[in-house]
Design a protein around this ligand. Structure first.
Ligand code: PFF
Length: 451
């Protein structure tokens, strides 16, 4: 990519650059950390199937809508609605997204901090073992140590601030683009090693043989929330990246490619983790700890495991930072384009806010573990408020915006590149799904899951 969102109305200049950046936003801890643990917590294949449906019927149409809205207005996620519907309150969609971004960044940066810590632990080699209790203790020790949890998180936030200020984002995206295939290849290797462990097939069954007895309203809502989180929807990230898209880019095709590539990475992560969970006697419902406890055990069974484990955590850190850049871009673009605050200052203001907000998540298993709301600590609460409440609501409002304001003609014109792409029949079908099926599904799942 020869240009990036580093300066405000800069844009992605090559088709591959667009794809790499959008994929960089989608692929991250959601695939490697959240997808496996949520699948494990919610009964395996049944959850996976619902998540796939949500991705297809909610995620894909909304990704197309958000990107095309961004490209049509070419401004920040609040400005988009002010421009396309002046004098109305639709800009609230962008504002709600901003709130989600702040909540997500709070816990996401804490988890990226854990990944950084595990890079360190991989180098020292202490975690290269199949000793379950040692792996559990190591993870428990990290999250319950306030200084370690905060220190790693702040380091991550500092790094993100530096990357954005120095415009290294260009470099980082170039690097991420090259590392992505490497991460992919390594996941294939880890999955193969995991599948060779004695007893691994139990994990494959767990991932692919649905047990629908575990499905209830809450599980449906979690699968929907994961679909939003995974494809960076309902927060403004895809809208702001869309605003940097080239005019001639085929948006529906880009969205489809990103969705498929993203699903592939998640499935590989699932195949790397669940066989090991069952072969080595871990609990599939270990929650956020799952990745950090099982992956080292798989590497312990592999030739060159020590080196490959270091590479794995480094690549995961890169993927996570790529996703974080697209999150931070939302407040930075809003501060810069709405409030005319200089970009570097907007970045550090955002980082400062995130140090404060993020600390609440990082300390939620130690100093602040007594702060609970509805049985959730702050980390879980921020996850709940963003993925299960605000993102679906924002998605629903986006569908309504397309239906009521943009209408079929606006949607089809934007996505067919003003008729240049001749795919209008297909686009009318996507419009119908986006404005009828998607909102109905979101509404039903939300009502069912929350009540
Ligand atoms: N999609 C990212 C992941 O799965 O790790 C997380 C994410 C990035 C969520 C950007 C939301 C967002 F706006």
């Amino acid at each position: 990519m020869s240009s990036s969102p580093a300066s405000a109305r800069d844009g992605f200049s090559s088709g591959f650059g667009v794809l790499a950046a959008t994929l960089g936003s989608a692929v991250g801890l959601g695939n490697i950390w959240m997808f496996p643990y949520q699948t494990g917590n919610n009964g395996g294949a049944g959850f996976l199937l619902i998540y796939l449906l949500a991705t297809l019927l909610v995620g894909l149409p909304l990704m197309i809508a958000e990107i095309s809205l961004g490209r049509s207005a070419r401004t920040d996620p609040v400005g988009v609605y002010r421009k396309l519907a002046p004098g109305t309150l639709w800009w609230i969609i962008g504002a709600l997204g901003l709130v989600s971004v702040l909540l997500i960044m709070s816990f996401y940066s804490a988890v990226v901090g854990w990944v950084f810590a595990y890079v360190g632990k991989s180098v020292s080699g202490g975690i290269l073992t199949q000793d379950r209790s040692l792996l559990e203790q190591t993870f428990g020790g990290l999250v319950s140590n306030p200084a370690a949890a905060l220190g790693w998180q702040w380091l991550v936030l500092l790094l993100v601030g530096i990357i954005i200020t120095f415009g290294v984002s260009r470099g980082i995206e170039a690097v991420t683009k090259r590392l992505m295939p490497l991460l992919f290849g390594l996941l294939v290797l880890v999955a193969l090693a995991a599948l060779m462990l004695p007893g691994a097939m139990e994990g494959v069954r767990f991932l692919f043989l649905p047990d629908f007895s575990r499905i209830d309203g809450q599980v449906l809502l979690k699968a929907l929330g994961l679909a939003f989180f995974k494809l960076s929807l309902g927060v403004g990230s895809m809208t702001i990246y869309g605003s940097y898209f080239r005019q001639q880019q085929n948006i529906p095709r880009t969205a489809l490619t990103v969705m498929l590539a993203d699903l592939t990475v998640s499935m590989l992560a699932g195949l790397a983790i669940f066989p090991a969970v069952f072969a080595l006697g871990f609990n599939p419902a270990s929650g956020p700890a799952l990745l950090f406890q099982t992956i080292p055990a798989v590497f312990a069974s592999m030739p060159l495991g020590h080196l490959l484990m270091i590479v794995f955590f480094v690549l995961t850190a890169f993927a996570a930072i790529g996703a974080m850049l697209s999150l931070v871009e939302v407040p930075v673009a809003i501060l810069h384009e709405r409030l005319r605050i200089e970009r570097a200052r907007a970045t550090w203001l955002t980082v400062l806010a995130l140090v404060g907000l993020g600390s609440l998540s990082a300390l939620s298993s130690s100093t602040l573990s007594h702060v609970q709301l509805g049985g959730m600590n702050l980390f879980d609460l921020f996850d709940f408020l963003s993925s299960k409440l605000l993102m679906p609501i924002t998605g629903l409002l986006t569908c309504l915006f397309v239906l009521l304001r943009w209408k079929q003609a606006g949607f089809v014109a934007a996505n067919s590149n003003e008729g240049a792409l001749h795919n209008t029949g297909l686009l009318r079908a996507v419009f119908t799904i986006l404005t009828k099926v998607t909102p109905l599904l979101i509404l039903t799942v939300m009502l069912y899951g929350l009540l």
